[in-house]
Design a binder for this molecule. Sequence first.
Ligand code: DGI
Ligand code: FE
Ligand code: FE
Length: 231
Amino acid sequence: MNEEQIFSQIRAALPALVGQEKRMRHILGVEEEAKALSELFCAAGLLQKGEAKKLHLAALVHDITKTKTTAEQLQLCCKYGIATDARLQNSPKLLHAYTGGPYAAQRFGAEWIDDDVQRAVRYHTTGRAGMDLLEKLLFLADYIEARRTWPACVTLRAEFWCPGIERFDKEALSKHLDRVLIHALDQTLFELLSEKQLIDPDTVSARNALLLSQKQLQEKTDTKTVEKENA
Ligand code: DGI
Ligand code: FE
Ligand code: FE
């Protein structure tokens, strides 16, 4: 099977597997957003073609198990050997991020839904410390896709797609992405706190790691500036 065929096969199978028009529209929105992000990051030289294909696959399958009930999710966890503790069982919105990758790999083949694609799906809801670019871009595409109308998503979309972004160099674009991801995680944490929901440690670690890397980069820039001024 070639690349075009696998994409058509997944697109044809998804509506029956997902079973909800609204969720399908969101998935296609994430696919479109992922394409736009791929173009931008490939043009800046930060993303290779092979990674763009993985991002496209991950976008299509990221919510493949989202419409399943908690009981079905827990059954899938058993089937795929995913350990669930009380915290996870009480955070049902997180389960689809665990089951989506293995389910998609079983349905469409692990040669397409490989470890990188599965990892992007696994962390698309919480993020994690040390996310790679594929994971970051799926997380962002899911957050800002055009059909999301929640005010925080609308604001984040405008913040990311700022005027002149296509002229950012590698360093500026990487920094900009991390800054927007920190805001996205801040919003999620605000929401979880205000709803008295359990917070996954990965959500906190993702934000901490991004903040730390941002601070370290800033310190490096400040040191360089001081060195230049003293030279
Ligand atoms: O599946 P989607 O709706 O497209 O988006 P998603 O996979 O990002 O899921 C969003 C939901 O996940 C949102 O209601 C907040 C929730 N969420 C994100 N991080 C955490 C979380 N829920 C809990 N309990 N804990 C988290 O750390
Ligand atoms: Fe999701
Ligand atoms: Fe989603």
